[in-house]
Design a protein around this ligand. Structure first.
Ligand code: BF8
Ligand code: SF4
Length: 629
């Protein structure tokens, strides 16, 4: 493909032309070599779940060796992906819950409770007595969070019961009854234990267990709900308690945030348990002084992927780019250290870093990478480990090759930090002004955009043109993850972006002094969007499915996005996807996910390749919802 077909970000094109000249390999090169992709995999009809196979079903040959048909195989593959995605978010949530429990019990002095108000708010939702002292409240919150990973009864998750809006909980119960009466088989969709639902996905999809698409997909819904209203939500809420609830701030975005005269450290991955400490260590006067001793003006920390979103929302740390920038950042030749933990990290980074002076540092016991330097992170010695990492970066500075330095000039400003608490504060303490603006039609509705970059899609192109189209139509856009970084880089999160919005949305944003496109955080922070939707629904005493809300993952690639998309659908929100998920091999599965599920849960999936058409479809859905609203 021509360079211009790969990305809309000039900084990316700048580095890509350098990569072509210097023969550095990128994600796009490898995609080309993998293309065309296997049709069986693309349609989801390849099964490797037992060793009588692998089997791939076709019209001529419609059953695997065990007799499984396309619907069974497609549904099984889909929920296995969903379970992996839910596991990633929820294992992140577990790490936070375990750490929070230690802090609450005074067993870890490296971290502390930073936001007592948030802790009390969580406790109130969980019906915990908030007149106790803070550490008793914290211990009780920790107990209820950990219970959601380990309890063995049939009751729904503590956090889901505490956070989901009333009408939605009634809907989920009704759906369980309908499914039972229609099929005579129990089909629970209310999650009981986060780990259990993931395990049950694996159990049901192994050879010879659950062999009916609807039954399999119902367990997928249950697992996704365990992620959205459980694992991810716990991650977000307890991170806010430990590190602070995000508030409005201005940050800088794109590769231009890297500094030629400073030690540059990139934090990449997902868990702020690590990145918060690296940021703190780098900012310490001692480390800044050490950097000066090697001739640098200071230490510059920047983020990539969701770790970027975490430290940007809370600390105002600049973001070097989204998922697809990870290789390109190293190619600037000024990155002394790229520090990673888990998720969305290319295993290509180790060999690439070897072409430069960059220290590629892995830290998590769950993630090893070829040719990485592993510095084992330990929550009990967090400051010490973080300091060691920063020192390694300082040491690397003198090895930088000036011949290889190439920093794109692109850098944009963005107003970020829109936690639900911050949004409600900006609204004056209640959702009323937002609801009024929606009722009056100044804001037609809200679209939440999430997710990734995928080299199959022109980088950031869908994210940006969909966002622009929507705000033009007076639709407020909120979102997380790599979409949020795309929007920040494109200048859509500046106050000036109000001028790109339709008259109604512009007026509301001007009155509130906010951009028309709101950064709500990392991918686990999609739970913030659920909580916001829930707050609006409870305020109006309606269900989420009654609200003019639509979701989208327009450049998605990870299994995590399967889980996110599904928990929004299961919470009552129609969700757009591009690219097409690997379900095309079964009409039955496509039918359930795009139509059947709508009758039951209110949400459903739709697929569209064109951003302008997608925006129009979303507007239609919103206008339809507004009629009964
Ligand atoms: O959890 S948006 S590419 S970085 S998966 Fe990954 Fe997708 Fe980016 Fe964050 Ni989310
Ligand atoms: Fe083939 Fe069935 Fe085994 Fe899958 S579970 S590999 S379809 S025999």
């Amino acid at each position: 493909r021509e360079l211009g077909d790969l990305s809309v970000d000039p900084a990316v094109l700048d580095i890509l032309s350098l990569a072509r000249k210097e023969d550095y390999e990128t994600v796009w090169d490898r995609l080309e070599r993998q293309s065309p992709h296997c049709k069986f995999g693309t349609n989801g009809v390849c099964c490797r779940n037992c060793i009588m196979g692998p089997c791939r079903v076709t019209e001529k040959n419609p059953r695997g060796v065990c007799g499984a048909d396309a619907a069974t195989i497609v549904a099984r593959n889909l929920i296995r992906a969903l379970a992996a995605g839910a596991a990633a978010h929820s294992d992140h949530g577990r790490a936070v819950a375990v750490l929070f429990n230690e802090v609450a019990r005074d067993e870890n002095k490296e971290y502390q409770i930073s936001d007592e108000a948030k802790l009390k708010a969580i406790a109130e939702k969980l019906n915990i007595d908030t007149s106790q002292d803070i550490s008793s409240i914290a211990r009780e919150v920790a107990r209820m969070a950990l219970e959601d990973f380990g309890k063995q009864d049939e009751a729904p998750l503590n956090f889901l019961k505490a956070y989901a809006p009333q009408k939605r909980k009634e809907t989920w119960q009704k759906v369980e009854q309908i499914l039972f009466s229609k099929t005579d088989k129990k089909m629970g969709i209310l999650p009981r234990n986060i780990d259990r639902e993931i395990t049950e996905c694996m159990h049901r999809t192994t050879m010879g267990v659950d062999n009916q698409a609807l039954s399999i997909l119902a367990q997928g819904v249950r697992t996704a709900l365990a992620d959205g209203w459980g694992g991810s939500l716990i991650a977000t809420e307890l991170q806010d308690v430990l590190f602070g609830t995000p508030d409005k701030k201005v940050i800088k975005a794109n590769l231009g945030v890297l500094k030629e005269d400073q030690v540059n450290i990139i934090v990449h991955g997902h868990e702020p348990i690590l990145s918060e400490q690296v940021v703190a260590a780098a900012m310490s006067p001692e480390m800044q002084e050490k950097a000066k001793q090697v001739g640098a003006k200071g230490i510059n920390v920047a983020g990539i992927c969701c770790t970027a979103n975490e430290v940007l929302m809370r600390r105002g740390v600049p973001v070097a780019g989204n998922m697809i920038h990870q290789e390109l950042a190293i190619m600037t030749g000024v990155v002394e250290a790229m520090v990673v933990d888990v998720q969305c990290i290319f295993p290509s980074l180790g060999p690439l870093a070897k072409c430069f002076h960059t220290r590629f540092i892995s830290t998590s016991d769950r993630a090893a990478f070829p040719e990485a330097i592993h510095v084992q992170f330990d929550e009990h010695h967090a400051r010490e480990v973080a300091q060691r990492i920063v020192e390694m970066a300082i040491d690397a500075y003198s090895e930088r090759d000036p011949q290889k330095v190439h920093i794109p000039k692109e850098v944009e400003e963005a107003v970020v930090g829109f936690s639900v608490e911050e949004i409600i504060k900006i609204l004056g303490g209640s959702p009323k002004p937002l609801v009024d603006a929606i009722l009056a039609g100044k804001i037609k509705g809200v679209v939440g955009i999430v997710g990734c970059n995928n080299p199959k899609v022109k980088h950031d192109a869908f994210h940006i043109s969909l966002t622009r189209e929507l705000i033009k139509k007076d639709i407020l856009v909120i979102g997380t993850g790599c979409w949020a970084i795309a929007a920040a880089k494109a200048g859509l999160m500046k106050i000036e972006a109000q001028s790109l919005a339709g008259e109604g949305l512009k007026e509301v944003c001007q009155a509130l002094d906010i951009p028309p496109v709101l950064h709500m955080g990392s991918c686990v922070d999609c739970s913030r969007m659920l909580v916001l939707a829930g707050a609006l629904a409870d305020y109006l005493k309606v269900d989420i499915s009654d609200l003019p809300l639509v979701g989208s993952a327009p450049e998605w690639m990870t299994e995590k996005a399967v889980s996110i998309g599904t928990y929004f659908v299961a919470s009552g929100v129609p969700v757009h996807l591009w690219p097409m998920p690997p379900i095309g091999g079964s009409e039955e599965v496509v039918g359930i996910l795009t139509e059947g599920i709508k009758e039951l849960l209110g949400g459903y999936f739709f697929v569209e390749e064109d951003p302008v058409k997608t925006a129009s479809l979303m507007e239609e859905i919103i206008m339809e919802k507004r009629k009964s609203f």
